[in-house]
Ligand binder design. Structure first.
Ligand code: GLN
Length: 291
């Protein structure tokens, strides 16, 4: 017989030996998922035999995790900004870095007294940005644009799960036709793919299981910013905003792209790790931009 306490100890040992730095946390999540309850209450029965079916479930999850499969995909859901999102192969896992982007958009709305802003989230993926904005700004009109057929079901499910109505658009953000479908927006927000060609050759095992199309931003990682900024500029009202997330050391390049395309008042923000992670700019009026 394997007791519940022994099972827990084994799970931690296997994950630690597999080189998972966060093995304690991962072991806890796996136990909680299999037992369907929180760890302290699982361990009140630590000398009891672990039920066969639960043990099989734990074994399966531990095997995957030990091979570097993302914990978030194993659990099937993950928290972002205090809300729960379904995740799996086909969507980028919501990262805490992206909460910085959400906060920046919320601050723009507050500072400019936008009570019912029209906002488009480009490359929406799991919908963590679009859904969170709608939760935080119930009067906003939110559009979530996503190309991937694999991601769209997650986006719909996450809106349903969080009980919000957002407008989900299946389309390519790099196409003029998609951009032409939306106009008069107050804010465009996007966490587009931004990894460089070099980054893509050195992905962490976990990240290599995430969709390439959500990660790969071209040779220097900046393809999406270069295309989206002029293309979607027309969908913004004068004085509207673009807010972008980007990767390490891309702040200057993204700021330049915004300035070159007629955005000023560029505001940068650091994420919780101290990396400059987001930039927002304000669309200057047509005459000023051209003249
Ligand atoms: N932050 C992700 C990573 O480092 C990349 C996300 C993206 O390209 N938008 O893996």
């Amino acid at each position: 017989m394997v007791s519940i306490g022994e099972l827990y100890t084994n799970v931690k040992a296997i994950l630690e030996n597999a080189g998972i730095d966060t093995y304690r946390f991962d072991a806890q999540c796996i136990m909680e998922q299999a037992f369907g309850t929180r760890l302290p209450s699982i361990l009140t029965n630590s000398t009891a035999a672990a039920p066969e079916n639960v043990m099989n479930q734990v074994r399966e999850m531990v095997e995957k995790r030990a091979q570097g499969y993302p914990l978030q995909y194993i659990l099937g859901e993950w928290e972002f900004y205090g809300y729960t999102f379904r995740v799996g192969e086909g969507v980028l896992i919501p990262r805490p870095d992206t909460e910085t982007l959400v906060e920046q958009v919320l601050d723009i709305c507050r500072e400019n007294q936008l009570k019912a802003p029209r906002i488009a989230d480009l490359c929406s993926g799991s919908g963590c940005i679009a859904v969170t904005l709608k939760k935080e700004l119930p009067d906003a009109e939110i559009y979530a644009v996503e190309l991937s057929e694999k991601a769209l079901p997650y986006l719909r499910e996450n809106a349903r799960l969080n009980e919000v109505h957002i407008n989900i658009i299946g389309g390519d953000v790099l196409s003029g036709q998609t951009a032409a479908g939306l106009c008069g927006l107050d804010i465009i927000v996007s966490n587009p793919p931004y990894l460089t060609g070099k980054d893509m050759t050195m992905l962490q095992t976990e990240v290599s299981h995430e969709p390439q199309m959500a990660l790969m931003g071209g040779g220097d990682g900046l393809d999406f910013y270069r295309t989206i900024t002029p293309l979607w500029r027309n969908s913004l009202r004068d004085g509207g905003f673009i807010a972008y997330e980007f990767g390490l050391n891309q702040d200057e390049a993204v700021s330049s792209i915004l300035k070159e395309n007629g955005f000023d008042n560029i505001q940068l923000r650091q994420d919780t790790a101290g990396i400059i992670r987001t930039a927002a700019g304000r669309k200057i009026t047509e005459e000023m931009h051209n003249g």
